[in-house]
Design a protein around this ligand. Structure first.
Ligand code: GTP
Ligand code: MG
Length: 172
């Protein structure tokens, strides 16, 4: 876009996203992979929440977008206060671990929590993470797809923070 003097002015937008899901599903890893393109096997439990920001353009010459990413703690006791952390977010990434069935049950509870509080006003998307561990898979892809359908036809992706597969795609 150009102003009256013919100088290019760049429009910019801000988007706020937060991750939710059980402990160790890879919420921190997902954000780190997306923002820094790195991965580590060492696990540091997130306490409360953490924030990161990434500037992107979805296409050459397109608008600047600042993506603010809020990384939340997965512990059980955080579940009841989580809604306060995500009140201002534009969208929620619901994450489970495809090798841990109970995290898939967990994600249903997180989703129910959000729906109870925000009705359908909070856009969500569903992510099955750790697909590099496909040999240990407990949650079939179709179960994830069906859950996404049940949650109102939200988008569903499978990712690996280790290899990076699917990560960029799901955020964009
Ligand atoms: P909390 O902060 O406790 O809620 O956990 P979290 O969901 O943030 O999990 P985190 O990202 O810290 O990852 C937990 C463990 O899983 C770490 O040891 C990661 O290295 C590992 N991990 C995360 N994503 C993947 C993945 O895609 N593949 C594999 N193999 N390991 C992963
Ligand atoms: Mg974490």
């Amino acid at each position: 876009m150009k102003n009256e003097k013919g100088n290019t002015i760049e429009k910019s937008f801000e988007i706020r996203l937060a991750t939710l899901g059980d402990s160790t599903v890879g919420k921190t890893s997902l954000i780190t992979r997306y923002v820094e393109n790195t991965f580590t096997f060492s696990y540091v439990q997130t306490m409360g929440f953490d924030s990161k920001m990434k500037k992107i353009k979805l296409k050459e010459g397109g608008d600047n977008i600042k993506v603010f990413l809020k990384d939340t703690a997965g512990q059980e006791r955080f579940r009841s206060i989580a809604p306060n952390y995500i009140r201002k977010e534009d969208g929620i990434l619901l994450v489970y671990d495809i090798t841990e069935e109970q995290t898939f049950e967990g994600v249903k509870l997180w989703a129910k929590n959000i729906k109870d509080i925000f009705d359908d006003s909070k856009p969500m998307l569903l992510i099955g993470n750790k697909i590099d561990l496909n040999f240990k898979r407990k949650v079939k892809t179709e179960y994830g797809a069906n859950l996404a359908e049940t949650l109102g036809g939200i988008k569903f992706y499978e990712t690996s923070c280790k290899t990076g597969e699917g990560v960029e795609k799901c955020f964009n």
